[in-house]
Write a protein that binds this ligand. Structure first.
Ligand code: FES
Length: 182
């Protein structure tokens, strides 16, 4: 039996955490990427793209399947800003805290969000409207301070600009609620 075949059987034998069909997608991705420890990032990607975030159960599953200490899996998941450990809101606001953005005042942007919406980095509003995240350099230092709003990079941000973007999401959601039949 080849090394590759043994690896595939091992993954097949791993019990997935629940009968949620999304685990089948993850298992298929794991078959593709293999069970070597180097497949860790790919596996975390496939779990997150299937479930939207990585919870404790998912992290334990990945650690067990790849035979990697849970502390290492957790370390990788928390190191990369791409990975989310909590469910995300309908909208995402990512503020860059890289050096160029920090110097140009990105801390004030986070303070504004905290002050007005009571939201700290890594959290989501209680109505799940938006999540606030931070990143280390978006590759847009020329327009620092920069952020990403639902996938769109915006630069030269000020507290007022961030507030206006977040308010527009809230207004849009109120408008949609008013339109929808009761
Ligand atoms: S430091 Fe923020 S985009 Fe580079």
């Amino acid at each position: 039996m080849s090394v590759k075949t043994r690896a595939i059987r091992k993954i097949d034998a791993v019990k997935v955490p629940s009968d949620d069909k999304r685990w089948l997608i993850v298992a298929a991705a794991m078959r593709k990427h293999g069970s070597a420890q180097s497949a860790l990032i790919e596996t975390l990607h496939s779990v997150q793209s299937s479930f939207g975030y990585l919870d404790d159960i998912a992290l334990a599953f990945v650690a067990h399947s790849l035979r990697i200490p849970l502390s290492k899996v957790y370390g990788v998941a928390t190191f990369y800003s791409h990975f989310r450990l909590k469910p995300q809101g309908k909208h995402n606001c990512v503020i860059c805290m890289g050096t160029a953005c920090y110097i140009k005042g990105s801390v004030k942007l986070l303070q504004k969000v905290d002050q007005k919406y009571g939201l700290k980095v890594g959290n989501t509003t209680s109505d799940n409207q938006f999540s606030l995240l931070e990143a280390r350099c978006l590759g847009a230092c020329g327009i620092a301070p920069a952020g990403i709003f639902d996938g769109r990079v915006l630069g030269n941000l000020s507290p007022a600009l961030v507030e206006s973007q977040l308010d527009s999401w809230l207004k849009e959601s109120t408008a949609n609620e008013t339109k929808s039949p009761s």
